[in-house]
Design a protein around this ligand. Structure first.
Ligand SMILES: [Zn+2]
Ligand SMILES: [Zn+2]
Length: 331
């Protein structure tokens, strides 16, 4: 589907769940076409991508570059296969490039670190292995390869028709990037800003210490840009970027308020706090114990991200005990 002059949005399906789709973007150019994000490595996604590219009257072999906004399987997954098919160069931010193999190939260390992190944050032994391994199934929908190009904040990517500025926007992943077309005033935002979903921000072995702090700074960086259209990694194209950023910031403030409330009556682990919170944006939310395994892990690691942010703001104190990290509200 053409979303702007020379820019096409192609929806690719997720494994098992057709309702959750990833948006890839095809950007036409006199000096070769650019594909931004690819979808999961599945036949269905490759098929959808091929049909979308055909619909734009472009041939797969004319794609000269694939830019990946971040390392997650729904964006990075198919990139190596696209390269095999058409020889396109794959470009990704340097930090996410450095995490590809330890995440998807030799992931024993990562699993062990994830297990330690969950245990340290209060996940009980009988839930631990389930939560630790909750994302392993995704690996079969990713083909890894060394990217040809490692991008940095401020780099430019052009194809004679469009010129994109690489904006490093860490938070959702440590090497997340957005692509800004300054002249035409649109931004390809990956998972950094979505229309109706709040991007997941969690503490994990790859995230750095304060990913929510990084995320909030990255959001504020975008708020200063002149943008007429946001082309996100999921959901519809939208405008009013500033308004959406305000809503997302407000969501995190509300969550921090819930967390402070949970901590007001004494020391708790991140797991203990996550159990007190109503999850998802559904009316009234869902209780922690009713969440699916993967969502439960996200709830714990996301709670931890908020706790770290609250510590940075000096509103929460932390003490590491043997067998668990405990948090308490300061005010
Ligand atoms: Zn993502
Ligand atoms: Zn995504």
């Amino acid at each position: 589907m053409r979303v702007l002059d020379g820019v096409y949005q192609i929806k690719t399906p997720s494994p098992g769940d057709g309702s959750w789709q990833t948006n890839a973007y095809l950007v036409e150019g006199g000096d070769g076409h650019i594909l931004i994000d690819t979808g999961w490595d599945s036949q269905e996604a490759l098929w959808a991508l091929q049909e979308g590219i055909k619909g734009a009257n472009v041939k797969l072999r004319d794609i000269k570059k694939v830019v990946v906004t971040h390392i997650h399987p729904d964006h990075y997954g198919l990139s190596a296969k696209i390269k095999q098919i058409c020889g396109a160069e794959v470009a990704i931010h340097r930090i996410d490039a450095g995490l590809i193999f330890s995440r998807y190939k030799d992931f024993d260390d990562l699993l062990q670190q994830m297990g330690e992190l969950l245990r340290q944050n209060g996940v009980p032994e009988d839930e631990l292995s389930q939560l630790r391994e909750a994302s392993l199934w995704m690996n079969k929908y990713v083909t890894t390869d060394e990217p040809e190009e490692q991008l940095e904040d401020g780099d430019t990517i052009s194809n004679d028709s469009f010129e994109f500025e690489v904006l490093w926007t860490p938070g959702h992943s440590p090497g997340h990037l957005c692509l800004y077309e300054r002249e035409r005033k649109f931004i390809i935002s990956g998972d950094h800003v979505l229309y109706d979903t709040t991007p997941h921000v969690s503490v994990n072995p790859h995230s750095g210490d304060n990913p929510l702090g990084d995320y909030v700074s990255s959001l504020k960086k975008l708020a200063r840009l002149r943008v007429n259209f946001v082309l996100p990694g999921h959901g519809p194209v939208f405008n009013a970027l500033g308004l959406r950023i305000d809503q997302i910031l407000q969501h995190h403030e509300n969550r921090k308020r819930d967390i402070l409330k949970s901590l007001s009556n004494g020391l708790k682990t991140a797991y203990g706090v996550a159990r007190d919170i109503r999850w998802t944006a559904a009316k009234g939310g869902i209780a922690f114990q009713d969440l699916a395994i993967w969502d439960r892990r996200m709830a714990v690691t996301e709670t931890l991200a908020h706790l770290k942010h609250l510590m940075e703001e000096d509103r929460v104190a932390n003490v590491d005990m043997q067998g668990g990290s405990l948090y308490i509200a300061k005010d």
